[in-house]
Ligand binder design. Structure first.
Ligand code: PMV
Length: 342
């Protein structure tokens, strides 16, 4: 039967992003409002594709990720997110959610960012809502902060805002995916990267409460974010690479000085950071800059002309299982659904 409120099924695809300025700490956990603005690159090639179907015959929500039905935390997070979409749309049916990643989940390749951006796009469309990209990004934030940025392609800033109600907190696309084609993200995947022990949302609040370095980091971030935005705008490779390493080192310092300490790297990750430092030293200029999130894999930004040199160097690091070459990619997109008929 045709549904007057629009389609009941939709499929949406979104890509992970890597933060060059990290989001780490919330000023309002209930609304998912961050302490600081952050800036990321949405990546090409890696994708999460999610289909959502609201069905009155379903007794409860069902979630399949990469062919497996997770229970506990991941399922609860999806159900909570669907509850928000039901509240917004007035729908009451349970949903069937089928999601797949074409990359490894939960180990620093930011599957929560692409995952919640894809879920937000698919669930709202299936529920008959037509949200603007900005509104979609604000909703995705409630699943995972970094998901707010994956709604957009290219270089994206998530503005922290100041208002208690969060109305000035949203992501904006700064430069499109084709702004800087020579910029390459060489990702060094670490063999046996451990699964995250503590969810980022909890870990970051523990940093806010306990790290003696956190206040200093917050004070330095606005100027660093402006400098990084400017280096991207002017396409200044070495300047950008220096700045993102400084930011990554600062992020790692607040994690390591958290009580109890947060250590996302393995000895292999640390060897990768050393290899990048050594490469720059030998070259006498900053050829490449590393960054990592709350995981063991490392993203190394460089320019196309140095990419094969950087790749070779990383492939020589013992314990690196694979090296991917990525670029800035497109934002989220609707793959199916959104028509009027159910
Ligand atoms: O989106 P969350 O809640 O998983 O937190 C992401 C935190 C970092 O990946 C470390 C930084 C960022 O801005 O993506």
């Amino acid at each position: 039967m045709a549904d007057p409120r629009g389609s009941r099924a939709a499929t949406y695809e979104a890509a992970p992003n890597i933060a060059l300025v990290k989001y780490w700490g919330m000023r309002d956990p209930a609304l998912g409002l961050p302490m600081n603005s952050s800036l990321s690159v949405t990546l090409d090639r890696l994708k999460t594709r999610t289909s959502v179907r609201f069905d009155p015959a379903l007794p409860e929500d069902r979630f399949v990720l990469n062919g497996i039905e997770p229970s506990g935390g991941p399922l609860d997070a999806v159900v909570r997110f669907l509850d928000r979409v039901r509240a917004l749309s007035g729908r009451t049916e349970r949903a069937d959610v089928v999601s797949s990643n074409n990359f490894q989940t939960a180990s620093g390749l930011a599957s929560s960012a692409s995952g919640f951006a894809a879920l937000a796009g698919a669930a709202t469309t299936a529920a008959g809502l037509r949200l603007s990209p900005r509104a979609l990004s604000s909703l995705a934030r409630l699943g995972s902060g970094s998901a707010s940025r994956s709604v957009f392609g290219g270089f994206v800033e998530w503005r922290a805002g100041r208002k208690p109600d969060g109305s000035d907190c949203y992501a904006v696309p700064l430069f499109g995916p084709r702004h800087w084609p020579a910029l390459v993200d060489v990702v060094a995947l670490v063999a046996g990267a451990p699964e995250k022990q503590v969810r980022s949302a909890e870990a970051m609040q523990s940093t806010v409460r306990t790290s003696p370095e956190y206040a200093g980091r917050q004070a330095s971030l606005p100027a660093r974010l402006r400098a990084i935005r400017d280096a991207i705008r002017r396409r200044e490779g070495p300047r950008l690479f220096d700045l993102i390493m400084e930011e990554c080192d600062d992020f790692r310092t607040v994690c390591e000085t958290t009580v109890p300490t947060l250590d996302y790297l393995t000895p292999v990750s640390r060897r990768i950071l050393d290899a990048v430092r050594a490469l720059n030293e030998e070259a006498g200029t900053t050829l490449a800059g590393y960054t990592h999130d709350a995981g063991a894999h490392v993203h190394i930004f460089t320019l196309e002309r140095s990419a094969s040199r950087v790749r070779r160097r990383l492939e020589d690091v013992v314990g690196v299982s694979r090296v991917l070459t990525l670029h800035a990619g497109e934002g989220g997109r609707l793959v199916a659904g959104g028509g009027r008929a159910a």
